[in-house]
Design a protein around this ligand. Structure first.
Ligand SMILES: [Zn+2]
Length: 134
């Protein structure tokens, strides 16, 4: 799944969980589930600005140590090994995250990115909706 979509899902989980450490863990777990869903990844050069935009928006609206931000960081963190592999720092066989270890552990590829964009939009609305003051 696209990295910025992982971030959006993690941020929404963070909002629903409401605790930074638990949100980080839930974000990491969500990465595996989201990778299993049929999806289409973009090229790293396309993904990087989208991820920066999503994380920047979440940090700007919710703060660096918020559950939303920690959930997003947890959800994106498994892809650091993907980045290292794409940069040639590690070989593909050295990746350890379960859904990065081969074609049978990753969701099949689909043509459209529309379902991912819709999922991310819903998750960002959940994550960024203003909290009711009490
Ligand atoms: Zn992944």
């Amino acid at each position: 799944m696209m990295a910025w979509v992982h971030a959006a899902v993690g941020a929404a989980l963070g909002r629903l969980i409401g605790h930074p450490t638990k949100a980080f863990g839930a974000g990491v777990a969500s990465h595996a589930i989201c990778d299993l869903i049929p999806h289409r990844d973009l090229k790293p050069i396309q993904e990087a600005p989208l991820l920066a935009l999503a994380l920047g928006l979440i940090v700007w609206r919710k703060g660096l140590t918020s559950p939303e931000t920690l959930g997003a960081i947890g959800a994106v963190s498994p892809d650091t090994e993907n980045i290292a592999m794409h940069l040639g720092v590690i070989p593909k066989k050295a990746m350890i995250f379960p859904t990065h270890q081969g074609p049978h552990t990753h969701g099949r590829t689909v043509k459209s990115i529309a379902p991912q964009v819709a999922l991310a939009a819903v998750c960002l609305v959940v994550a960024l909706w203003p909290r009711r003051e009490t």
